[in-house]
Design a protein around this ligand. Structure first.
Ligand code: NAD
Length: 405
């Protein structure tokens, strides 16, 4: 039965509006787009798109004096107008959303840019801004056409969610187009996710990581592992299907356990030889087939530092895009102070040692990796990493006189 187009384009009003939150209707909307290809194709026409090139997200970087908007042309035949400095960020109002007006050829639009300030590498303590560029499909279509792409490229977008303004959000990899030409047309730069991830605003980083993970999964799962035949994706990109073997493939994450071990007054951190100088983190490891999280956690700590932990408690979890998609489950655990002698397996870790609350407090204050020539300093994974959360939680509990779990 045909549904009215109005319902296909935006999250349906819940019939039980009084008891159904915006969150619930957005989640149901996304779920329906994953199930219904026609609804998803319609939502794409009205949606927002994050662009990637060979898995690097399109970002905008500028200085604090002038926050330049991306000037988009509504018509690809016209020369792209120079970006106009329409918004200045005064002082250090970082972590803010900025509603910025910009003009297309035919109309004025307002787009919300979120920005995070990060320390520039120069000596003058100026700041850089980094933000994800988001395009409305209606703006992107003429740009893609101008770059010689036919309409079929847009259909390769994958659904990643729904904004609070009830617009479906998609990611699209334009790796088949000339990178410099896309950057020039779109007014942004494709930045390797490893560099970008820690400089994006809290809410943007996981969204971009999720988009990259989904795009990567599609790029590496084009064929059925049973028959070798090509697989077909659904419109949302939430699964692929092999019609020869009737197998449905879903995107996968590898479960990883990460644990902060405490002996009551100190916490245990380690570093791999590949880590940047001075960086220490909580112990982590992939779960083996058939293991529970608790078994994986106990095994990893035993293997890496030769300790037997107890009192395991869950803290939080996160999707981690590096090197591929991991599902990090973060826990606290403890050892008795009388059984805290560390015996490092140097094939896994370069070093592991106990840190006092004072050392952790100092390390948490280091907000940027030390630069070449700086004095050696101990620093910790940044706030986007769940390891930072574990360490911060432990420090908070220590300050309030309670140990970990
Ligand atoms: N978000 C954070 O705060 C945080 C902190 C530390 C580590 N991590 C992540 O946790 C993961 C594990 O950490 P690690 O130090 O053990 O990493 P690692 O990269 O040293 O991996 C250790 C070993 O696990 C094996 N391995 C790799 N991929 C696997 C998979 N999918 N399934 C099973 N085994 C696999 C390989 O033999 C590899 O040498 C890494 O992806 C790392 O980036 C995240």
């Amino acid at each position: 039965m045909l549904r009215p187009l109005r319902i296909l384009l935006s999250p349906p009003k819940c019939p039980l509006t009084r008891c159904c939150s915006g969150y619930v209707s957005r989640m149901r909307f996304v779920n329906r787009l994953q199930e219904d290809d026609d609804a998803c194709a319609a939502a794409l026409q009205n949606g927002r798109i994050f662009l990637f090139h060979s898995l690097s997200p399109l970002l905008q970087r500028t200085n604090r004096e002038t926050f330049r908007t991306s000037a988009l042309t509504a018509s690809g035949t016209q020369p792209r107008p120079q970006p106009r400095p329409e918004h200045s960020i005064q002082n250090q109002d970082h972590n803010q959303d900025h509603n910025i007006q910009y003009r297309t050829k035919t109309r004025t639009k307002t787009r919300t840019f979120s920005t995070e300030l990060c320390r520039n590498s120069g000596q003058n303590l100026s700041w850089d801004l980094l933000a994800v560029l988001v395009f409305y499909v209606s703006d992107l279509q003429p740009i893609l056409k101008n770059l010689g792409s036919d309409g079929s490229l847009l259909k390769e977008s994958v659904l990643i969610g729904c904004s609070e303004q009830n617009q479906a959000e998609f990611c699209l990899d334009v790796g088949q187009l000339d990178q410099a030409a896309v950057e020039e047309q779109c007014g942004g730069t494709f930045v390797d996710l490893r560099k970008a991830f820690f400089l994006l605003k809290g809410a943007e980083a996981p969204l971009v990581a999720k988009g990259q993970a989904l795009l990567r999964w599609h790029q590496t799962n084009r064929f059925c592992s049973a028959t070798g035949q090509p697989t077909q994706r659904n419109q949302a990109g939430s699964h692929r299907f092999c019609s020869s073997s009737s197998t449905t493939y879903y995107p996968q994450m590898s479960p990883v356990v990460i644990v902060l071990v405490s002996d009551g007054t100190r916490c245990l951190l380690g570093r791999q030889a590949s880590f940047p100088r001075g960086l220490y983190s909580a112990l982590a490891g992939f779960c083996n087939m058939g293991e529970t999280l608790e078994e994986a956690l106990r095994r990893e700590v035993a293997e890496e530092v030769g300790l037997e932990v107890q009192n395991i408690s869950y803290s939080s979890s996160q999707h981690w895009p590096f090197p591929h998609s991991s599902f990090m489950v973060a826990c606290h655990a403890s050892v008795s102070p009388t059984h805290s002698q560390v015996d490092v397996d140097h094939s896994e870790l370069e070093e592991a040692r106990w840190f006092s609350l004072d050392e952790i407090t100092c390390a948490l204050q280091v907000k940027a990796p030390p630069r070449r020539g700086d004095l050696p300093v101990i620093w910790l994974p940044p706030p986007h990493a769940v390891a930072n959360r574990l360490i911060t939680e432990w420090a908070g509990l220590q300050r309030h006189g309670k140990d970990g779990p």
